[in-house]
Design a protein around this ligand. Structure first.
Ligand code: UDP
Ligand code: MG
Length: 323
């Protein structure tokens, strides 16, 4: 090896590693383009990088595409999960398996533009430890999705102690220190946006407009979104439990006065009170409220149950990398 070549080699060894983790679920037509785009923006930078795909139990050709890609490019690795665990879990798996000095997470459908990568890294070089991107708008998103998303952020900011900026996405850069801290958060139902926004460190924001997804369809049904929202609320707020308690208190006091009223009528007046309407109405009301309260308690107890079982968060069926 001549001197110059060895210098090149040494220089490469000394370069810091940046990890990019991408959860993918049925994204067979997006992976190659995403890979090309990431290479295009990462190669000119003075860093080594690894691209980690986490296949979240895809049922299309995604694992095959990943198998081919990992053989073509040694910088690409893929973890194939045993089944579909959901986006947050796949993302967690990516962050737990990334070795870089900085770890970037992004979607696999090109809604998180790879052209922003150099900017995220520049902020990190300048000292930011969390570079969080904020979606100003999503081109082509339905009004329903925009509206429910806005409502969710408003609500969670009102009822919990944390503040999540509206439009906060899971496209962000984390310094290794933050990734190691994140790994210590033991909860299973991870609401990553909440954890990151409450984790502290030096945070900076980068704004962008998300383009429509490139190929395929959104994997988030209304049901999944609701579940995601519920995870966020129950992870960061005890307010629903308190509401049930206060409602009970209020009704308890109310019925105390009602009892006084009933006793007064019985002992001091001659009125015959038929009162069946009020009786049945209050039975319904109380029954309903009790069920709501029970449901809320049940939701939290169910989550405790999930946590204490202590099952592994995910199982990896296969790890693909260049042989
Ligand atoms: N995703 C995943 N597991 C799932 C659902 C989605 O890994 O169960 C991935 C998906 O492949 C994509 C990212 O999560 O890379 C975001 O999903 P999607 O684009 O469907 O969400 P949207 O942009 O519509 O909110
Ligand atoms: Mg998307």
């Amino acid at each position: 090896m001549n001197g110059e070549k060895r210098d090149d080699c040494m220089e490469q060894m000394e370069q810091k590693l940046i990890s990019i983790a991408v959860p993918v679920y049925n994204e067979q037509d997006n992976i190659d383009v995403l890979h090309q785009e990431i290479v295009r923006y990462m190669e000119p930078l003075p860093y080594r990088f690894e691209l980690i795909f986490v296949d979240d139990g895809s049922r299309d050709a995604t694992p095959l595409v990943l198998d081919r890609l990992t053989q073509q490019d040694a910088r690409v690795r893929a973890l194939i999960l045993a089944r579909n665990y959901g986006f947050q879990t796949a993302l967690t798996c990516g962050m737990e398996n990334a070795d870089g000095a900085a770890v970037i997470t992004m979607d696999g459908d090109l809604q998180h533009p790879p052209s922003l990568l150099p900017e995220l890294i520049r902020r990190w070089e300048a000292g930011a430890e969390v570079v969080q991107t904020i979606r100003k708008d999503t081109e082509g998103a339905s009004l329903l999705k925009k509206w429910t998303s806005r409502f969710f952020y408003k609500m969670i900011n009102v009822i919990s102690k944390i503040h999540i900026t509206e439009g906060g996405s899971d496209f962000r850069l984390l310094d290794r220190k933050v990734v190691l801290s994140f790994r210590r958060f033991g909860e299973r139902a991870k609401f990553i946006r909440g954890i990151i926004s409450s984790i502290g460190y030096r945070q900076e924001f980068v704004y962008f407009v998300a383009p429509p997804r490139m190929a395929g369809v959104s994997k988030f049904s209304l049901g999944k979104m609701l579940h995601f929202a519920l995870d966020g609320i129950t992870a960061y707020s005890k307010l629903p439990l308190r509401i049930a308690f206060y409602m009970g208190l209020l009704l308890g006091l109310g019925s105390f006065f009602l009892l006084g009223h009933v006793l007064f009528i019985k002992f001091f007046t001659e009125e015959a009170v038929p009162g069946w309407a009020t009786t049945s109405a209050s039975v319904f009301l109380l029954g309903g409220l009790q069920l709501v309260g029970l449901g809320i308690v049940g939701e939290y107890v169910g989550r405790i149950f999930e946590e204490v079982k202590g099952r592994p968060l995910y199982l990896v069926r296969d790890e693909l990398r260049k042989k």
